[in-house]
Design a protein around this ligand. Sequence first.
Ligand code: PEP
Ligand code: MG
Length: 813
Amino acid sequence: MTPLVGLVVVSHSRALAEGAVALAREMAPGELAIEVAAGLDETTFGTDAVAIAGAIGAADSGAGVVVLMDLGSAVLSAELALDLLDDPDARNRVLLCPAPLVEGLVVAAVTAAGGAGRDEVAAEAAAALGGKRAQLGAPADAAPAPAADAEVTAGFTVANAHGLHARPAARLAALVRGLDGAEVRVRNATTGSDWIPAASLAGLTALGALAGHCVEVGAAGPGAAEAVEAVLALADRQFDEAQAPAVPAPPPSSAAGPLGASPGIGIGPKRAAEPPAPVVPDEPVGDAAVEGERLDAALAAVAGEIRAGRDTTARELGEAEAAIFDAHLLLLDDPALLADARSGIRAGASAPRAWSDAAERVAATWEALPDPYLAARAADVRAVSAQVLRALAGGPAIVPVDASGPAAVLVARDLTPAQAAALDPERVAGVVLAAGSPTAHSAILLRARGVPAVVAAGPAVLAAPDGTPVALDGATGELAVDPAPGVLDTFRERAAARAEREARARQQAATPAVTRDGVGVLVGANVGSPADAVDAAAAGADLVGLLRTEFLFLGRTSAPDVDEQEAAYREVAAALGGRRVTIRTLDVGGDKPLPYLPLPAEANPFLGLRGIRLAEDHPGLLADQLLAAVRVAHETPVSLMFPMVAALGELVAARRALDAAIAADGRGTPVGLQVGIMVEVPATALKAAAFVPHVDFFSIGTNDLTQYALAAERGNPGVATLADPLDPGVLRLVDAVCRAAGERALVAVCGEAAADPLAAQLLVGLGVRELSTAPPAVPGTKQTVRDMDVAEAVERATAALTADGPAAVRHAR
Ligand code: PEP
Ligand code: MG
């Protein structure tokens, strides 16, 4: 006979345990092993880990054991008992089940006696309260187990490195909410969790589904099969999650701070950006209906503010960055969280109390998850909870910046992207973060919004009282809290010089940039949308040095067709009024997946199928894009460039595809069409000579080139100080390209380094003759060129090539 799953009952009271077992045996007579480890003796309450371990051993006949516990230390003792089991196989066969003791035991006994496996026994037991809840009309906190005949069930294994954390969970919840009709539930089969509604973000995250865990999906109702299929497809795409850490890991404590994160001088009185944690008031409780309405109004207000942050981010940084806000929005609308808060209100609590308690329960559940990454997401719940509490108190949810008085320097431990997006650059002289990193989303947003910022400043900066004078230089990372008058004067002088330089730069923005010794350098703009192109033209850009065409492809369910692409490129060209537009073909891949472009899961997507490498597998995508570009190239000067080129064969194939597009267009090669490659792969830089006969230009992407040259991922704050484009190793790669190109091909740089005045000088010294930056940096970069002397730049660049590190490059004079 196949062995049955054994049961162990852990209780503080032996009498209680024995009574429960008697009840269960009544329902499930037969040979089932049910062991009791309860009480310190017949009458003394307590639990004993050694006794529990013994009971587990006695109950295990090879099919595994499900342990049911009563409260508090019973759970701790059971966990300890697991540690006491010497045999890892035996330990792996044990499931500690969160079911209520009596109901759970009865259901477990019936299920186990029927020959069910350990996971099923635990899941059935865990769902045991469902019947009672339904009967009493209480909101279900766990969806009932799917009834086999009414449901479609399937399973998937979580492939996301950080498991089903907030972002993938948010995708899943959003997908399920968008389905018409079907009711979808999931459970973590690996841990034997409850079934929970897949529309509940709180529930999904609390599943604790880590990489490698099996998740079961069940759906009932109309469209159940399609629903399950859609969930499986999403899981297959790893929930459309970039494989880089969705939320940057904290920088290592060795990261030297403060670090410059957004250039500019900020001077002003300190203002703590983070309002103190809202205290939940002990208000007299109003009418439950009134409290419910208060909560609804606060949720709507916070959703509005978060949406505004999302919109700003989408506009300034693109859809991929904006997706970070989606998890916060979903929390505001989470069915389980809201049901809990509303039931608190019905039970007589005020809206703030009921909301705060419900949110804290979710945060505490997440915090208790064994995976530190998932546990850290509790901070997201608390951030959203605090925003709602602030709104309930009648204030704005996000960073209230006093509009009166002088513009302040905001000081905070860290800023969420929503907070960074909500800052009014007119009212904020600068930002100082005790933690944070220059590559974090909030820092990117601050740069995009032109707010000077210093990060990783250490906790001491938080202690200064509000109103203390603070001065910072966001380019160098210099920070002075309560500076001596002389120091403050230095910052003021620097600010004045900078303002004067910016004014000069603005005045001359539209004129070409020529160095002091007469060398012309093109200054272009990196553009990610037609709106950016308008900004680029207004900033005086000589050309679009990089059109990131991803904007046309992300955040949709099918690829744009040729006409749509043509219209978008034409819109960009129109904004530039006849100036050259450099169209980069699609640079998506493992780190920026597209829902309609099925890609295999990759352990290292930055080293995988991205950029031009994808074109081989999806020739139709490239052909459409090239045809659209060729059509526009008949009306405006167009440069075409291919991203992530690592092998000459890739360029040759891409050129062949371009020839085919020109033939398909039928009007011959457009006058002024130029072709080039991005140099982002170190090997390509070193063998640039092989590419020279096939290109008109090289455009060096220092963002990627730096990450690949130094093996330091560009989005990882833990290696942010390593990933420095001024590293002599990176500069040597640039030098290799310039030497290979000579007079035969133009060398451009379109990575972020082009906007750094020192880097720009070194790049021009090495032979770069086009710098392409974010639109707001164009006037300043032109000014940098005008202040430059190429002979001097060559000298400095030559010395930099043999320096021992980026610090030596920076400080060499
Ligand atoms: C680069 O890699 O430097 C670059 C400009 O491309 P992207 O930032 O779009 O990867
Ligand atoms: Mg790149």
